[in-house]
Ligand binder design. Structure first.
Ligand code: ADP
Ligand code: MG
Length: 386
């Protein structure tokens, strides 16, 4: 499911990476059905953009990245890098990793402990595809170390660097190759939360400054949302959605995406009818009829599917009087739990058999057992397919 945008020729963007219907199984074919680690993955990354493969552990992110790097070969599909075909299962073309215009930053940094910082940085310039003249290698490596704030440590052993500094060294070394494409597999996952947040911003600014295209792998949704021009959400070897972070969050296409990114209320739908020309639908759910302002593509109505609404789009007010007047998308419920999160309350409200999570302001007075009215904002309530 790629979101191909057709552009006029004069505005056409050049794609640094094109991955087309890639399928890879680690099993050997023996007559039976193969299970695929990636199963028909397609996407494009325009030059200079930062695109992230996001999904739970085992969904095929690393396999996809390693296929782009040439460290794995797929059974089906095609990969172009910088306008060159580097892999084509049909045409039997396979370009070796060292001949692809890439640099890779692995999870473990790939730093050599027996080398000094400067020699780690300079390694690809001495031995790689971009071998340079011996004299300016040290100078170039030093300049790069300076850019990532490590110039003062150039002559220390690599093992004397902290985790964050080793990560910067790994970026520096990758950027020194002047690759068309930077491939990063969970590069921040060994760092503590605070350092991770700081380094991801540094990483993004290096990437922009050097104008390199980045394909980044993470299972951390906040990292993906914070860093990316586009996010590719993967599940079980397939692409679920490709979109800008804001759209992935606000307009998920599937219950998987809604649930994996942020927190979402998902109510099972018994039946759906279309009331009007505005694109909205009315979905029968366990809490009653819910008006959904939007339907995800592929949600055709009829039976099944989910209503999706995020906690920040659910308003809660105390139910005054015996029979509070309910408007559209308002439902009566009972507070099941209320948790103080510092800046807000997280409430769980039971309505019939359904639990609804909502955020309320920190000072909102309510206690478990209390009757409340929950109101779902129809503009932010989506109908999703099964
Ligand atoms: N070298 C391998 N041999 C066999 N199976 C593998 C190998 N690498 C990955 N897999 C399997 O392929 C699937 C996708 O793995 P991977 O690409 O590493 O996922 P992710 O990076 O999203 O966690 C998983 O089911 C995993 O067990
Ligand atoms: Mg992985």
């Amino acid at each position: 499911m790629t979101n191909n945008v057709v552009l006029a020729p004069e505005t056409a963007v050049t794609e640094s990476i094109v991955v087309d219907r890639l399928r890879k199984s680690y099993e050997r074919p023996s007559g039976g059905d193969l299970t695929y680690a990636i199963d028909g993955v397609s996407f494009e990354v325009p030059q200079g953009k930062f695109v992230t493969l996001l999904g739970p552990s085992g969904c095929g992110k690393t396999t996809t990245l390693r296929c782009v790097a040439g460290l794995e070969q797929a059974q089906e599909g095609r990969i172009d890098l910088g306008g060159q075909v580097v892999f084509d299962a049909m045409g039997k073309r396979y370009v070796r990793p060292e001949d692809r215009p890439i640099a890779m930053v692995p999870q473990s940094y790939g730093i050599w402990p027996h080398l000094k910082v400067i020699d780690n940085a300079a390694f690809p310039l001495r031995y790689g595809r971009n071998r340079g003249r011996a004299k300016d290698v040290r100078e170039r490596a030093l300049r790069m170390l300076d850019q990532v704030g490590l110039a003062a440590m150039a002559d220390r052993w690599a093992t004397q660097l902290s985790g964050g500094q080793q990560q910067r060294l790994a970026f520096a070394r990758a950027l020194l190759c002047e690759p068309e494409v930077l491939l990063l597999d969970e590069p921040l996952s060994n760092l503590d939360a605070k350092l991770r947040a700081q380094l991801r911003q540094e990483l993004r600014s290096f990437q922009e400054q050097f104008g390199v295209t980045a394909l980044y792998v993470t299972h951390d949704q906040s990292e993906a949302l914070a860093l990316s021009d586009k996010v590719i959400v993967m599940n079980k070897g397939r692409v679920e959605q490709i979109d800008e972070p804001q759209r992935i969050y606000a307009r998920p296409r599937s219950s998987f995406v809604a649930d994996f990114i942020g927190s979402a209320n998902l109510f099972a739908v018994q039946h759906v009818s279309r009331p009007g020309p505005d694109g909205g639908v009315v979905a029968e759910t366990g809490i009653g009829a819910v008006l959904c302002g939007e339907s995800a593509p592929g949600a055709r109505g009829g039976d099944g599917g989910f209503v999706c609404v995020r906690p920040e789009n659910v308003q809660v007010r105390t139910a005054e009087g015996e029979r509070p007047a309910l408007s559209d998308n308002e439902f009566l419920g009972t507070v099941a739990s209320s948790e103080f999160l510092g800046d807000r309350l997280e409430l769980v409200v039971r309505s019939g058999d359904v639990s609804i999570t909502a955020f309320a302001r920190a000072g909102f007075a309510c206690r478990p057992g209390q009757e409340v009215v929950v109101a779902l904002d129809p503009g932010a309530t989506r109908y999703l397919p099964d």
